[in-house]
Ligand binder design. Structure first.
Ligand code: MOS
Length: 741
């Protein structure tokens, strides 16, 4: 069923190897872990966004049935603060570190009880008295101190003297990652050591943060995250609740489970912050960009300085002699923001690709032609070549698949079945990054293989992709390859973020497999009863899961010249042979000095508009992605389709509203926080150009996932303008904006 010839495994459309476990309920997610004597922790969340706790009245709560302890600032014990960039934690203040409240939903205490219901009931009767301070959760961001991030030429001068200009501000709201699986920790403390079951996209970083906060050596902290119900970035770095559970487990000597409510997920587990971006674009009459200025602000919390990196794509996406990107952060009484799918580039490209559309209209030029006109040969911000860039082909292929040549530019000029159609497009791009990775691969006497790494699978298909790479390099079918991830006892692996895992694991897996193959060959040559005994290792090869004589041509190899690897190991009296591999990389990857590393793509969108009903629907999306070699056509397509649906939500629905009176994220539930559902999903057509980026790694894969969300919101609002004549510069597009048209 799931069998694919190993020689055709790279790029195959393979179902997830962990799929059966997930659909049959056998996959153990974090909150599925139960242990004898397990206790439940439920945090008490602040009901104000700014002030000081003056009294914590626990008298009623302490008398409630089943209550074992109530932790708060005076009794949680010593927790250390994480400082600096590494290890990474966005909200750096440890739980209950002081009595100041800086956002609504900040944990002020936690009840630990025998059951979840008892803990919840007791948490409800903890009485907290506050002295209030002024709060500010305003979405309108005041100018901050500008920090220049990228600059060339003279943007002001070029802008002033250019004939065609755009000067507009684009706003994106707070969006909350809404993974189906709630954030959770199950913490166990035994014999002086912690085992932390976490909803973590980065077990190794989580371990390092836990060591720092708990003041423990590495051998005393193990972090496990086998399966994740997604995360979208919210589970990349630890949040304070993790250490409430850990501290409680240690104090009480019992395992403690803490599962956040959906409301808490909105309040204290990250979000994409509000962004406000002023774009100034100037061009000559022929459409050549002469000046591009991008000034952006994002909100962050009171104590931390999360930057939404909106200028990520701006410096290299188009050719222009004059360019400047500046950023600033504005503090608000909100929980600390964090990375959310395509952090920075996603809101950044909403602004840039909206502005490009506005510029095209002002130039009376086709938006496709404008982008092609400004295609760049190199990364003009660094002067470096791209490792691999096929942006123009993404655009032309997308235009052709979409039927763009039938587009008439006039607003509202296209109709079908009595509905007005709008056609819009946008370019997209996302970083290519690889992180240091270690992998161990074992070849076993029973004919199976095992690959292990302390990375994790957030649902994107990492288990499957690792198995595919091992299969391709050994000839062992994937159903005989066991992949173990999500445990810090394994060799250290990368975080599941930034669409980086595939490219990070490839070199490590290849190296590990080659070492294991070499060891198997050596074994075949020196094992006395092996038919290959006496051959020098140079005369032997490992191919199609067997050790063979190198000179034997295909077809002529008899049984005496080909021995399955399992048999070799068995004959040697071993259980297995193994190999270790290491991949390089990091935020300061030396490869970044040679190449500009990015993926590219383009979205083409059709919306339908029924003004009599004020009904806007995204009907059809054609996406073309240049992400290097595709390892798995199915999981890759799933990633882009999921991102496109998320993009419908970003463009039309998602908006976390803060109540100006008390600072509460007021729509902190799935009834009021509107997301795109199946019914909102357009007809999707995803194409991968599949050009191997061998400057990046041997197989040529870069990474997929986040790029699908980049640019899509702009493509949708560009199409909306084409249908309605209303330019949406503030997301999400609201019916009331559109009926003004
Ligand atoms: Mo993604 S925001 O890198 O999980």
């Amino acid at each position: 069923m799931n069998y694919i010839d190993p020689s055709k495994i790279i790029g195959a459309s393979l179902s997830r190897v962990d799929g059966p476990k997930k659909v049959s309920g056998q996959a153990m997610y974090t909150s599925d872990h139960n242990f004898p004597g397990l206790l439940y922790a439920v945090p008490v969340s602040s009901s104000i966004a700014s002030g000081t706790i003056t009294k914590l009245d626990l008298s009623a709560a302490e008398k409630m049935p089943g209550v074992r302890a109530i932790l708060h600032a005076d009794n949680i014990g010593k927790l250390y603060r994480v400082t600096g960039e590494q290890p990474k934690m966005d909200e750096k203040r440890p739980p209950f570190a002081d009595k100041e409240v800086r956002y609504y939903g900040q944990y002020v205490a936690a009840v630990i009880a025998d059951t979840f219901e008892q803990a919840t009931a007791a948490a409800d009767v903890v009485k907290v008295t506050y002295s209030l301070k002024p709060l500010n959760v305003s979405e309108a961001l005041e100018p901050a101190d500008w920090k220049t991030e990228s600059e060339r030429g003279n943007v002001e001068q070029a802008f002033d003297s250019a004939p065609v200009k755009i000067d507009e501000t684009y706003v994106t709201p707070t969006e909350t990652h809404s993974a189906i699986e709630l954030h959770a920790t199950v913490a166990a403390y035994e014999n002086g050591a912690f085992t932390l079951y976490e909803t973590s996209q980065a077990v190794v970083n989580h371990q390092q943060v836990a060591m720092a906060i708990l003041g423990e050596p590495k051998e005393n902290v193990r972090v496990i995250s086998r399966f994740l119900g997604s995360g979208f970035g919210s589970k990349l770095w630890p949040w304070p609740h993790c250490f409430i559970a850990a501290a409680a487990a240690k104090q009480l000597g019992k395992p403690v489970k803490l599962v956040l409510s959906r409301k808490m997920n909105f309040e204290a587990a990250g979000h994409r912050p509000v962004t406000q971006q002023r774009m100034r674009l100037a061009a000559n009459q022929d459409g050549k960009l002469v000046s591009l200025s991008h000034d952006y602000l994002n909100h962050t919390s009171i104590l931390d300085s999360y930057k939404e990196n909106c200028g990520e794509a701006t410096p290299f996406l188009y050719s222009t002699a004059n360019l400047r990107v500046r950023s600033g952060q504005v503090h608000r009484n909100v929980g600390t923001p964090t990375s959310m799918r395509g952090p920075g580039a996603v809101p950044g490209l909403f602004a840039l690709e909206s502005a490009m559309d506005e510029l095209a209209i002002k130039l009376d030029m086709d938006p496709v032609a404008l982008r092609l006109k400004n295609e760049t040969a190199i990364d003009e911000s660094t002067g470096l070549p791209f490792s691999s860039r096929h942006m123009a082909e993404c655009i032309t292929t997308g235009a052709q698949k979409f039927g763009w040549d039938k587009r008439t530019a006039q607003i509202g000029s296209m109709q079908r079945d009595g509905k007005i159609l709008g056609w819009g497009m946008a370019a997209c791009t996302w970083i290519a990054l690889r992180m240091p990775t270690e992998v161990t691969v074992e070849l076993k006497a029973d004919g199976t293989a095992r690959a292990v790494c302390a990375t994790q699978d957030i649902g994107t298909g990492t288990y499957t992709v690792v198995a595919q790479i091992v299969s391709a390099e050994t000839g062992i079918p994937v159903d005989k390859i066991d992949v173990v991830l999500g445990d810090t006892n394994l060799p250290p692996g990368p975080f599941s973020g930034g669409s980086t895992v595939t490219a990070s694991v490839i070199p490590a897996i290849l190296q590990a497999v080659r070492e294991a193959k070499k060891a198997t060959i050596a074994l075949a040559a020196r094992t006395p009863n092996s038919p290959l005994h006496g051959r020098t290792p140079d005369e032997l090869i490992f191919s199609e899961g067997a050790v063979k004589i190198a000179s034997a041509t295909t077809g002529s190899s008899g049984s005496s010249t080909s021995l399955p690897f399992g048999r070799v190991i068995e004959m040697a009296g071993s259980a297995s042979v193994s190999g270790k591999g290491k991949g390089e990389g990091g935020f300061n990857d030396p490869l970044k000095k040679k190449f500009s590393l990015h993926s590219f793509g383009a979205h083409f969108v059709e919306v339908s508009w029924q003004p009599e009903l004020a009904r806007l629907r995204v009907e059809r999306v054609v996406t073309v992605i240049d992400g290097g070699t595709v390892i798995n056509a199915k999981t890759a397509t799933n990633q882009i389709e999921g991102a496109v649906v998320m993009g419908v939500g970003m463009a039309l629905f998602e908006h976390t509203h803060y109540d100006p009176r008390n600072g509460a994220p007021i729509n902190s539930n799935f009834a009021d926080y509107v997301m795109a559902t199946h019914a909102d999903a357009p007809q999707m057509d995803v194409t991968f150009l599949d050009y191997p980026d061998t400057n990046f790694n041997e197989i040529g894969a870069r990474g997929l996932g986040e790029i699908g969300l980049a640019g899509i919101a702009a493509a949708i609002t560009n199409a909306t303008y084409h249908a309605t004549g209303t330019r949406v510069r503030k997301l999400p597009a609201m019916i009331e904006d559109l009926i003004g048209a």
